[in-house]
Design a protein around this ligand. Structure first.
Ligand code: Z5A
Length: 215
């Protein structure tokens, strides 16, 4: 496939615990690189030295116990630094940005999961990144029980992964309701399938979306 219109795009990947984001991000990266698309791959929370320190605090299992609001403000503090020093400069240089989670995760985890008002989260998003929004968001959707089994098999669980089942159900419902609200931006993949099947779904999605986005 030849890229004819390389207006830089902002692509994000979302999903609950152990859905396979890290695994699938690598595939997306490989596909975009094969098209000679200049690409920056990053993640949230994180992506900057400050953001990575905030990420470590957010995932820390013991001691800190941030309130839901403190947690929300920490992810947005990391995001403020990330958007203005990494994401926007990359897009301005003409690079595509592929990001492991973005503001949709705040709606899903802090909004639907922790119960913070979606209006408050939308206001923070307007303040922190009023004009930066993903062009495409891929939801890797899986039954939370399967995702948690995969996360457990991988190793020790972080602070989020130690939550109870209703939290993960609420996060998943939160993502699915965002898909319903903005169906043009979202693509959903059944991430409960085996790895080969998930990669086939992702390849088909990317072929279709990139063709449309670059013609
Ligand atoms: N968070 C938040 O609350 N608010 C926000 O605004 C933001 C984030 C931005 C860190 O994110 C936490 O931050 C996150 C929400 C919160 N919650 N937690 N935890 P994270 O993205 O780093 O954390 P994560 O969701 O746990 O990602 P992860 O641990 O990197 O998992 P993953 O990337 O989705 O999965 P993976 O590492 O690719 O795969 C997990 C295992 O499953 C691994 O052994 C794979 O080989 C295996 N796997 C993957 N796919 C398959 C299939 N299809 N079949 C079988 N096995 C598979």
């Amino acid at each position: 496939m030849k890229v004819v219109n390389n207006t830089p795009k902002f692509i994000t990947v979302e999903g609950g615990e152990g859905v396979g984001k890290t695994t699938q991000l690598r595939l997306i990266e490989t596909r975009l690189q094969a098209l000679n698309i200049p690409l920056l791959v990053t993640r949230e929370p994180g992506g900057t030295p400050l953001g990575e320190q905030l990420r470590a605090l957010l995932l820390q299992k013991d001691g800190l116990a941030p309130t839901a609001m403190a947690e929300l403000l920490m992810v947005f503090a990391a995001r403020a630094q990330h958007v203005s020093t990494v994401i926007v400069p990359a897009l301005e240089r003409g690079e595509w940005v592929l990001c492991d989670r973005f503001t949709d995760a705040s709606f899903a985890y802090q909004g639907f999961g922790r119960g913070i008002s979606l209006e408050v989260i939308a206001q923070l998003a307007d303040i922190v990144h009023p004009t930066t929004k993903p062009d495409l968001t891929i939801l890797l959707d899986v039954d939370p029980e399967i995702g948690l089994q995969r996360a457990r098999a991988r190793g020790e669980l972080d602070r989020f992964e130690r939550e109870a089942a209703p939290f993960f159900e609420a996060v998943r419902a939160g993502y699915l309701s965002q898909v319903e609200r903005e169906p043009d931006r979202w693509r959903v993949i059944n991430a409960g399938a085996d790895l080969e099947n998930v990669q086939r779904q992702l390849d088909a999605l990317l072929n279709e979306w990139i063709a449309g986005a670059t013609s």
